[in-house]
Design a protein around this ligand. Structure first.
Ligand SMILES: *[C@@H]1O[C@H](CO)[C@@H](O)[C@H](O)[C@H]1NC(C)=O
Ligand SMILES: *[C@@H]1O[C@H](CO)[C@@H](O)[C@H](O)[C@H]1NC(C)=O
Ligand SMILES: *[C@@H]1O[C@H](CO)[C@@H](O)[C@H](O)[C@H]1NC(C)=O
Ligand SMILES: *[C@@H]1O[C@H](CO)[C@@H](O)[C@H](O)[C@H]1NC(C)=O
Length: 300
């Protein structure tokens, strides 16, 4: 459980950044890598691109969030090392594969990142508005959910489109690292799709008003599945379809992050108050900050 403990501690640390009114010498402002005019609603660091280019490569989406929770898109961006580029005016979701291909859900269909030109180009021939997408680890298959809640399975370099009838009323989709698909419906019930079966995940709160699904990163070697926040209460959903409430609540009642990503585990990103933070967990472990937090939670 050591990796999951690091993940949990990382999440706690990130979510607690606004909880403490007194600034320490580890002021989180030093970790701000971008500050914008809008909320940051999705962060996708591409680990394969970072490894290949030996640079920071982080994609993110900006939006204004209305009181009813609806979002007005304000653009899709990429940070390469220290410079930020706008790739598209609208964007609803970002995902990528183990080879560093990155895809974007947009109003006009799916776009993909061209690293040489640092631009986004239309991918395939789906021309509907896409609200959520999930990319399989290394098969080239993309799942795309349209604004009418139809799920497409896209293969053959974007040219083959199949409607996936297993999924009804999906609002958002995510794949775990072994390519099981999860979604939640209009009542925010979470389902797992395995072969031809759709299993409702039991043990989660009934009718939460907010549901967030996060892939458990590949580096967390001993756990397969996803992490969800149901009205800010954290749960693990394992790939065998069972769920447990997380032993920690990560200070979620105090801080309301608009987005975070644990893709890298050791380099971790979160957005609070229109700022994008980068946390180098390894540096923190070495500098002792994390061992204090770990001691506090009695993890190791
Ligand atoms: C990026 O910014 C950091 C912190 O300001 C600096 O140490 C680093 O040298 C910069 N990298 C490049 C390639 O400019
Ligand atoms: C994902 O794909 C990469 C590259 O093909 C492979 O090395 C890795 O084992 C895959 N991960 C999983 C969890 O299947
Ligand atoms: C995929 O499609 C793009 C754009 O049409 C093309 O440039 C590329 O060569 C294709 N790749 C493969 C493997 O067919
Ligand atoms: C499901 O997986 C979890 C995590 O690996 C394990 O703790 C649990 O016992 C499993 N439950 C069943 C019913 O297999």
């Amino acid at each position: 459980m050591k990796f999951i403990a690091i993940f949990v501690i990382a999440l706690h640390y990130v979510l607690a950044i606004n909880a403490s009114p007194t600034k320490t010498k580890n002021d989180p402002d030093e970790m701000v890598i971008y500050q914008g005019q809008h909320d940051i609603v999705k962060i996708y660091p591409s680990l394969p691109l970072m490894e290949e280019l030996q640079k920071r490569v982080v994609f993110f989406l900006e939006a204004d969030i209305n009181n009813d929770g609806s979002k007005i898109d304000q653009g899709l961006y990429v940070i390469v090392e220290n410079s930020t580029t706008k790739l598209h005016d609208n964007g609803k979701d970002i995902d990528g594969d183990a080879e560093g291909k990155v895809f974007f859900a947009c109003k006009e269909g799916i776009y993909t990142y061209n690293r040489k030109e640092n631009k986004a180009y239309k991918y395939g021939n789906l021309n509907e508005g896409i609200i959520s997408l999930a990319v399989e680890n290394s098969s080239g298959i993309i799942y795309a959910l349209t604004k009418n809640h139809d799920l497409y399975k896209i293969s053959d370099n974007g040219s083959k489109l199949d409607v996936d009838n297993r999924v009804k009323n999906a609002q958002e989709i995510v794949l775990d690292k072994v390519d099981n698909l999860y979604y939640y419906d209009n009542e925010k019930n979470v389902y797992q799709v395995k072969d031809q079966r759709v299993n409702k995940i039991e043990g989660l709160p009934k009718n939460p008003s907010k549901m967030v699904m996060i892939k458990i990163p590949a580096l967390v070697a001993d756990v397969e599945g996803i992490f969800v926040l149901a009205d800010d209460v954290p749960y693990f959903i394992y790939s065998n379809g069972t769920s447990i409430r997380s032993p920690q609540n990560f200070g979620l009642t105090k801080t309301k992050p608009t987005a975070f990503s644990a893709e890298g585990v050791l380099v971790f990103y979160a957005a609070v108050d229109k700022k994008l933070y980068e946390f180098n967990i390894l540096a923190k472990i070495i500098s002792g900050v994390f061992s204090k937090i770990a001691d506090f939670f009695n993890f190791f």
